[in-house]
Ligand binder design. Structure first.
Ligand SMILES: Nc1ncnc2c1ncn2[C@@H]1O[C@H](COP(=O)(O)OP(=O)(O)OP(=O)(O)O)[C@@H](O)[C@H]1O
Ligand SMILES: [Mg+2]
Length: 269
């Protein structure tokens, strides 16, 4: 059997779940609700690239470039230095200043891909690591386009020698099923979750799919620690069913939210 070249995620305890790392050239979806660790996981992946001397691109749509750099510094990840020495390009699709060459000012996929390719040319030939955080931002206006777009994005990125992590948020409405369609095209799915146990917020991760990999099938409790970042703690005994709200509860919550939205008194917003 040919050996598969795998890239470390930068989290040794996570690499163990996927036979050492993500196969080179893969397009991996990292999904989960807000605050579950998607961005921090993606930052570890980039930090590892920096450590190995591989050129990196980080696209941010949810936070500004400055916010990403600040968050990275809390985990001792040298994003600032890498941006300065040109081995990391951060494409800011949120707060990008007009004079920043690496910002984009619309959430159009074609513009994003153009910018990524431009950045790749600047970084040079060969392999590179790419994070798109998040992909959902590009589909807010037209969720139905997501699946078709994903094929196109994956094709372009493979051609340019990227190994890619694309994050995707789950709204409560889509958390039970599949969200934006990125998951079918993706070579891997890493699913983050959260749950409140005895009044405490707990976070979990599970590898739901990793092609060409005999991956771990358990769900793990994770922690995010200052100065360190994301770590795997232990397998959890919870079933997947324990961590998602029953359909009836979701329907009730949506109904209440919708009612509230329709009843917002004037001057309150
Ligand atoms: N320095 C730190 N020390 C400990 N925990 C931290 C630190 N910085 C952030 N966190 C934790 O990480 C969480 C944010 O994680 P992250 O940004 O990866 O979430 P996310 O899944 O990307 O969410 P979203 O979908 O909203 O972007 C915070 O809510 C906080 O609990
Ligand atoms: Mg995030």
């Amino acid at each position: 059997m040919p050996t598969i070249e795998r890239l470390s995620t930068g989290i040794p305890s996570f690499d163990k779940l996927i036979q050492g790392g993500i196969p080179k050239g893969f397009f991996v979806a990292v999904c989960g609700e807000p605050g579950t660790g998607k961005t921090i996981f993606s930052m570890h992946f980039i930090s590892q690239g920096i450590r190995e001397g591989t050129p990196c691109i980080f696209v941010t749509t949810e936070e500004s470039k400055e916010s990403i750099i600040r968050q990275a510094s809390q985990f001792n990840m040298p994003f600032k230095e890498a941006v300065e020495d040109g081995s990391l390009i951060i494409i800011d699709a949120l707060m990008g200043a007009k004079e920043d060459k690496w910002s984009i000012h619309s959430l159009e996929l074609t513009e994003l891909l153009k910018k990524i390719v431009e950045a790749k040319k600047k970084l040079g030939y060969g392999d590179a690591r790419l994070v798109i955080d998040s992909m959902s931002a590009f589909w807010l206006a037209a969720p139905a386009m997501a699946r078709r777009d994903s094929y196109y994005v994956k094709k372009v990125l493979t051609k340019w020698n990227f190994t890619t992590i694309a994050t995707s948020q789950y709204a409560i409405t889509t958390g039970l099923g599949f969200g934006f369609g990125i998951e079918h095209v993706a070579d891997g799915i890493i699913r983050f979750r959260k749950s409140i146990r005895e009044g405490v917020l707990k976070r979990f991760v599970m590898v739901e799919k990793m092609r060409q990999t005999q991956h771990d099938l358990k769900m793990y409790e994770i922690d995010i620690r200052d100065g360190i970042g994301l770590i795997i703690i232990r397998p959890t005994k919870y079933r997947r069913e324990d961590l998602i709200l029953p359909q009836k509860v979701v329907e009730k919550m949506l109904e209440t939210a919708l009612k509230k939205e329709l009843e917002i008194p004037e001057g309150s917003g």
